[in-house]
Design a protein around this ligand. Sequence first.
Ligand code: ADP
Ligand code: MG
Length: 259
Amino acid sequence: MTAPSAHPILRARGVTKRFGKFTAVQDVNLLVARNTIHSVIGPNGAGKTTLFHTLTGTLPATTGTIEFDGVDVTALADHQRVRHGIARSFQVTSLFPSLDVRENLRLAAQGVHRLGAADGWWPPTGARARREAIDEILERMGLGRVDHLAAGTLSHGQQRRLEVGMALAARPKAIFLDEPTSGMGVDDIDAMKALIYGLRGDHTVVLIEHNMGIVMDISDTITVMQQGQVLVEGKPDEIRNDARVRSAYLGNMITGGAA
Ligand code: ADP
Ligand code: MG
């Protein structure tokens, strides 16, 4: 285990997001320790995705501040936050389906994609370093043997791993994953779980995930949201045994393993 640094990589203070009169996220304070897996869970509609949007810059927070790696990024757009090391997984819909897997990763690394790495992010000796980095990502994502196939021909599970790989190609310090296992079968879920766990230690992972088996197994810290607010935060064992969490889920979702 890598000891988390005393200085959190992400510090959100009093983050609120309103859509008109509706408050989707209310006064959320969040500290994410460096090189850990920090999961955000909660019932549908709890505000998890909206919180992610405010942290990654997809949507501006209505009020509150977000500090990332010592920089106040509150006023920065998503592509500017990427330069500071924040990446979120791409959506399947943003893959280039007719281009092969390697080319998708290359474009993400080059910043051709809107949310890819910024120009100058790679050193001048870029081409070779980039190729090696892409080889490493292909290996980590278990896509080495399909690197020459068009992204659009991959299975759903492979495409979702490619999304994570494209986020990694931007060489982020922290990667935000919103339900990376949704719609997957058991084998793909296991592969995704292993690869997320493999990121821990050299990346910070902020994870929204409703598969409780995964969350409980790989998280260092879990933040539980309910109705836009943080209900409770703690280590997996603390969350598993928390009466408020159990009642928020109205049943045995937590204790019963996978959702
Ligand atoms: P979760 O990811 O936890 O399921 P969301 O963050 O997607 O929750 O949504 C939280 C609440 O905010 C929901 O009630 C949702 O309908 C509402 N919401 C999300 N996005 C918007 C939007 N763009 N405009 C209005 N309401 C929204
Ligand atoms: Mg969501």
